[in-house]
Structures are given as structure tokens and as C-alpha cells.
Design a protein around this ligand. Structure first.
Ligand SMILES: Cc1cc2nc3c(=O)[nH]c(=O)nc-3n(C[C@H](O)[C@H](O)[C@H](O)COP(=O)(O)O)c2cc1C
Length: 201
């Protein structure tokens, strides 16, 4: 199964991963799908310890990658619980209604990296759905929101004050790019990032 048509290509594709717990509760979080070799279906995820996504994947051996370029969804999924209205079900599995495409993967635990504590899973695509095919030029504001959001999730986890200062500086640079190049959704995403974190964005 080639996932290029659904938007997952070689390298790391930033998507919103939806999962469910053994008791059926849905969750959504931005996660990078790592594709080593497109043609050979070599897809992986690296999940940080402590996330709901990790515990759900451990419980169900399944995740869905939802492809979207909505900056607000990325920030909300990272910093708050998406409410039920964002989800629809496919064979009982939660997807994002707004996804341009989604792929359901079976996951197999490969290893826990001792140095980082990350859990690596290999993914096998089971079902693919393409809802909308849209052509869109690169928007630096969107890219900058994604970078700022990744840094903000990291900021929340680390304790080293020097690293925290570095992250703040970098986020400041990305905020400038969002203000210059972003559209309404990107600017709203920044506002949410400001409200949900202790960062002065
Ligand atoms: C763009 C982006 C990409 C991310 N990629 C990953 C990733 O590959 N693995 C991971 O464990 N967390 C990743 N994160 C952090 C999680 O999304 C974040 O910790 C989230 O709060 C986890 O939510 P959960 O507890 O609902 O799973 C990423 C965050 C952002 C903004």
C-alpha cells in the first residue's frame, strides 16, 4: 500500500494521531510518522513516555494518522483534549472529521530506547481514506506554528533552565514568522499556544 496519495511521504510527516483506549475513549495528539522507505512500507512512530497516545497504542496495537494542515487542530490536540465533536468513527475507531485523509495502522512494538526513553513502533497500513485533495502552496506561518508547538511541548517537559531560555528565543523567532506570513488559523493557533502554556507568546 503506497501512502503518498494520502499525503504520507518519505521523511517525517506531521499528522494528528487518533487512538482509543481499551475502554473506547478517543484521544488525539500531533505525532510524526517516520517513513524510511515509501515503496517498502517502512513506517514507524517514536512515542514519548507518559502520553495517552503511548498507553492507547500499547492497549490496542492500533493508531490512525489524520492528515491536516489546520494549525488550530495541531495546537489544540497538543495542549487540550479534543472534544467529541471533532471525532467520527470508522469501524469503531476514532478519526478526525476534518482530516483531508486518514490511514489506520496496526502497530508492533519494536524497542524502548534506553537513552531517550522513547518507544518505537513499526506501522502497517490497514485502511486508507482520502477525503479531500487540495493543492496548497507552502505557508511559512503554518510551518512556524508547527515548529513553535513542538518546542512548546518540549519546554513543558524539560527542567534545564538554559535549554528553556534557548527554546523561548527560538519560539520568539517563529512567532515573528507567524505574524508576518500566517493566516487567521495560524494566528489563532498562536493565541491558543499562549493561553495553554506559561510561555509569553
Ligand atoms: C508537531 C508535533 C509533533 C509531535 N510529534 C511527536 C512524536 O512524534 N511523538 C511523541 O510522542 N510526541 C510528539 N509530540 C508531542 C505530543 O503531541 C504531546 O506530548 C501531546 O500532548 C501528547 O498527547 P496525548 O497525551 O493525548 O497523547 C509532537 C507535538 C507536536 C506539536
Amino acid at each position: 500500500m503506497n501512502l503518498k496519495e494520502a499525503g504520507i511521504g518519505e521523511g517525517i510527516s506531521e499528522v494528528i494521531v487518533t487512538t482509543k483506549s481499551a475502554s473506547g475513549e478517543p484521544d488525539a495528539a500531533p505525532i510524526g510518522i517516520i517513513t524510511v522507505a515509501e515503496d517498502e512500507n517502512k513506517h514507524f512512530v517514536k512515542l514519548y513516555e507518559g502520553s495517552k497516545t503511548l498507553s492507547n497504542v500499547m492497549e490496542t496495537n492500533k493508531l490512525a494518522a489524520n492528515v491536516t494542515d489546520d494549525a488550530v487542530l495541531f495546537v489544540k490536540a497538543a495542549f487540550e483534549r479534543l472534544n467529541e465533536t471533532h471525532f467520527s468513527l470508522f469501524s469503531g475507531f476514532p478519526m478526525l472529521k476534518e482530516a483531508k485523509s486518514w490511514i489506520i495502522f496496526d502497530s508492533v512494538f519494536i524497542e524502548k530506547r534506553s537513552e531517550s526513553g522513547n518507544f518505537i513502533f513499526q506501522l502497517t497500513p490497514i485502511t486508507v481514506k482520502i477525503n479531500r485533495k487540495e493543492v496548497k502552496a507552502i505557508n511559512r506561518g503554518l510551518n512556524a506554528v508547527i515548529e513553535a508547538a513542538i518546542l512548546a511541548t518540549r519546554y513543558a517537559l524539560i527542567e534545564d533552565n538554559r535549554e528553556k531560555e534557548e527554546i523561548k528565543k527560538l519560539i520568539g523567532l517563529y512567532v515573528g514568522i507567524v505574524e508576518k506570513c500566517g493566516g487567521r488559523r495560524e494566528k489563532e493557533a498562536l493565541r491558543i499556544l499562549h493561553d495553554k502554556t506559561s510561555l509569553q507568546i
